[in-house]
Design a protein around this ligand. Structure first.
Ligand code: ACO
Length: 352
């Protein structure tokens, strides 16, 4: 059985910086409110027409592939995690495959929102361990700026999110001869009980559930017109919906739980941890987790202050930045942990 190692890592954030004060022209908010509740100072927004989730994924992937010392033609499987795909379908994986002129390899899109990257990493890990693939590209990317309600009505959500992408190339390593580096274990969970608490309902096939009108008497042609309707726009049902306090309460329980699960599975403790990379949901959540696990400031990496919450991209962006800053070195124990819509939550423990 092989072990999976990160052979190359890359990130891309668009150059356009949007500060909290820049948002004042759209909504009733303040720099003070946003910083106090979320820790966010600024975020990046993609170029409106020239950049998409897939193109940002490509930029991050180019760096990861180059750092792995291979070419796009060497990649034998793609896993792309996003909640803001370029199209309703097909997924971003095939768009990346086309843009990077890769071979006719498999491309899988993962729809696990904030946990998407860790879920994708876990799927890739299984393929590498069994020997099925030798160079898997895992990407997390989001273009949130195109799908937010920038009026005061949507301010509790729109101030939080930013755009960007991160990518890793995964390769097999032989644990008996290698340095012991690689993914030690991954842990995936979900609880759909509160699926609607953090969700974007439309477009979707549930329409009669969410719309007050009764659709029972409509024929298929009329229902077809309801997939997108003016009522959805008027009722802000085409934007993400979030019960912030409910998300907060669940996140601060599940983050520590899944981190401890990963450590326990490997007979390790929080003191063994060189770095925790939590999904950058909200600085207050990360601080709560740090306190609960009694981790030092040096053991937790946060960059939500600069990029906002980039959902599936946040973990690989933070990991890449931490590595570029020399905060992750060979032999270090690193834990990636995420929690988000679904709810889903996940962790990955790795030896760098
Ligand atoms: N600017 C100013 N005021 C605002 C804003 C804003 N951007 N957003 C909401 N408010 C107001 C509300 O309207 C409300 O006003 P009211 O008291 O007059 O009704 C007041 O602030 C408090 O609203 P709450 O939603 O209760 O605000 P809360 O203190 O809970 O903070 C927040 C909201 C930051 C979202 C918080 O609930 C939170 O951190 N939740 C965790 C959710 C999270 O982090 N989500 C990230 C995405 S999901 C993920 O990645 C897991």
């Amino acid at each position: 059985m092989f072990r999976t190692k990160i052979a190359g890592i890359g990130m891309y954030v668009p150059p356009r910086v949007v500060t909290n004060n820049d948002l004042l022209k759209y909504m009733d908010t303040s720099d003070e409110w946003i910083q106090e509740r979320t820790g966010i100072k600024e975020r990046r927004y993609a170029h409106r027409t020239e950049e998409t989730t897939a193109t940002m994924g490509v930029e991050a992937a180019k760096i990861a592939i180059e750092r792995a010392g291979i070419t796009p033609q060497d990649i034998d499987f793609i896993i792309f995690a996003t909640l803001s795909p370029d199209y309703y379908f097909p997924g971003c994986g095939v768009l990346l495959q086309r843009a990077m002129k890769m071979k006719e390899i498999g491309a899988l899109d993962v729809r696990n929102q904030c946990s998407g990257f860790v879920y994708a990493l876990s799927v890739a890990d299984q393929f590498i361990k069994t020997g099925m693939y030798k160079n898997i590209l895992v990407v997390g990317a989001e273009k949130h700026s195109f799908g937010l309600d920038f009026s005061t009505r949507g301010r509790n959500v729109s101030v939080i999110f930013g755009d960007g992408a991160g990518a890793v190339v995964l390769q097999p390593t032989d644990p008996s001869t290698g340095s012991g580096s690689g993914i030690l274990s991954t842990h995936l969970h979900s609880d759909g009980e509160s699926a609607e608490i953090l969700a974007m309902y439309n477009p979707g096939t549930h329409a009669n559930h969410w719309m007050p009108e009764k659709y029972a008497d409509f024929d298929e042609a009329e229902i077809g017109q309801m997939f997108f309707s003016h009522a959805m726009i008027d009722k802000a049902q085409v934007f993400p919906n979030m019960d912030g306090p409910a998300v907060f309460k669940k996140a601060i329980v599940k983050f520590p739980e899944v981190i401890m699960e990963a450590l326990a599975a490997n007979g390790l403790q929080t003191t063994d941890l060189r770095l925790l990379i939590p999904h950058q949901a909200n600085l207050r959540i990360a601080q709560f987790v740090q306190q609960k696990l009694k981790l030092s400031d040096e053991q937790v990496y946060n960059n939500i202050q600069q990029y906002g919450n980039t959902t599936a991209a946040s973990v690989p962006i933070a990991l890449c930045e931490a590595w570029e800053q020399g905060k992750v070195k060979d032999g270090d124990l690193v834990c990636l942990a995420a929690f988000g819509s679904g709810f889903t939550w996940a962790s990955a423990l790795l030896r760098w």
